[in-house]
Write a protein that binds this ligand. Structure first.
Ligand code: P1T
Length: 387
């Protein structure tokens, strides 16, 4: 991969990890539908022994994703949750994790309803406030877990400062970079030890595959994660890897348009008389705007906002759009609208949700690549109809 590291981001998106197939000249990476490989003698083979352990389509994707995040190593998983679980599985019973309090509901559920049963403990803090993060560390803290921008409040954490804090306390810093994608933010360069993605989202980009990945620079850490990838076995299939390789080729151009459209929608909502509050790091009033500007090259495609009026109005509005599909997930070419309190973040107790500002009426948008004027008109019509 060393030659790929010298190339620009868009070039890496298309070429990193991929070469024309030496056997046939096929330009696109073949989808190897095989679970095993012939051996010349017991233990004598071409480096491939069993497809859970190593798979050529997956290896191409892992090299591609590593290059995009500026990482030495990449590992792919069957979902974002599987990737996150594998990072946590590097810990031991008794270890403590400091986490941002605003985060994907499924991550909160995994931490509190699965891993807490195995003797791990988790503290959830406002990671936009580094002094709150610092206070949460104890002698047992082994991991800092950050989402920035966070899901769904679009909070911004100063990654350089947060990673320094983790290291000062002898902990590793892991960043879920799903909302930004490596096109807009590269946490390893800001001091993170691990980057995690739900590749289901911007990296795939077309809402047709579920996947996850972990990227790292440290060889020892990579070896521990690689061991778990094989020992636990939550690996993606070859077709999923192919779809993701197809997706990452257009990541830089898609993200540019996501950013443009989201900014146009956010500005429109901010000026709308029926809108109470807009959360988008690209808006000057957003508390994390300056930090986002310093550590991201664009503000992304995710927005959340509150309408004036009650919860039932918010639900009516979220059900009333025609172009925005009412659906979980994000990061695809098509626009989606969601109601976090009952959908993506329903597994977080209400008091905990409210602590991070996730009110019952919050609406979340994944702004797609359609014409911005059509998206704005769709939202306006749904807001008007919800009155
Ligand atoms: O869905 P999966 O590929 O397992 O990824 C989980 C995940 C991890 N991290 C973040 C920041 C996420 O947003 C997600 C999944 N999120 C949604 C499905 C959603 O609608 O928010």
């Amino acid at each position: 991969m060393s030659d790929d590291k010298e190339l620009g981001f868009a070039t890496k998106a298309i070429h990193a990890g991929q070469r024309p197939d030496p056997a046939t000249g096929a330009v696109m990476t073949p989808v190897y539908f095989t679970s095993t490989y012939v051996q010349q003698a017991p233990g004598v083979h071409k480096g491939y022994d069993y497809a859970r352990t190593v798979h050529p389509t997956r290896s191409a994707l892992e090299a591609n994703l590593a290059a995009l995040e500026g990482a030495r190593r990449g590992l792919c998983f069957s979902s974002g949750m599987a990737a996150i679980a594998t990072v946590v599985q590097t810990l031991r019973s008794g270890d403590h994790v400091v986490c941002c309090e605003d985060l994907y509901g499924g991550t909160y559920r995994l931490f509190t309803q699965v891993f807490q049963r195995f003797g791990l403990s988790f503290s959830f803090v406002d990671a936009a406030d580094l002094s709150a993060v610092e206070k949460a560390f104890s002698a047992q803290t082994k991991l800092l877990w950050i989402e920035t921008p966070s899901n769904p409040m679009l909070r911004i954490t100063d990654l350089r400062g947060a990673c320094q804090l983790a290291h000062r306390h002898g902990a590793l810093a892991a960043v879920d970079n799903t909302f930004a994608s490596p096109a807009l933010q590269r946490p390893l360069a800001l001091g993170a030890d691990l980057v995690v993605h739900s590749t289901t989202k911007y990296l795939g980009g077309h809402s047709d595959v579920v996947g996850g990945c972990v990227l790292a620079n440290d060889e020892g850490l990579y070896e521990r994660l690689k061991f778990l990838q094989n020992a636990v076995g939550a690996v993606p299939g070859p077709m999923d890897c192919f779809l993701l390789l197809r997706g990452t080729k257009t990541l830089p151009v898609r993200m540019e348009r996501h950013c443009q459209n989201a900014l146009a929608v956010a500005k429109h909502l901010l000026a709308h008389p029926e809108v109470e509050r807009v959360h988008y790091p690209g808006l000057a009033h957003h508390p994390g705007h300056e930090t986002a500007k310093a550590q991201m090259s664009g503000f992304g495609g995710m927005i959340s906002f509150e309408l004036k009026g009650d919860l039932s109005r918010a639900k009516r509005m979220a059900s009333g759009t025609k172009l925005f599909c009412l659906a979980e997930s994000l990061g695809g070419v098509e626009s989606l609208i969601g109601h976090p309190a009952t959908m993506t973040h329903g597994s977080i107790p209400r008091e905990q949700r409210l602590k991070s500002g996730l009110v019952d009426g919050l609406i979340r948008l994944s702004v797609g690549l359609e014409d911005a004027a059509d998206l704005v008109a769709d939202l306006d019509a749904a807001i008007a109809a919800s009155l």
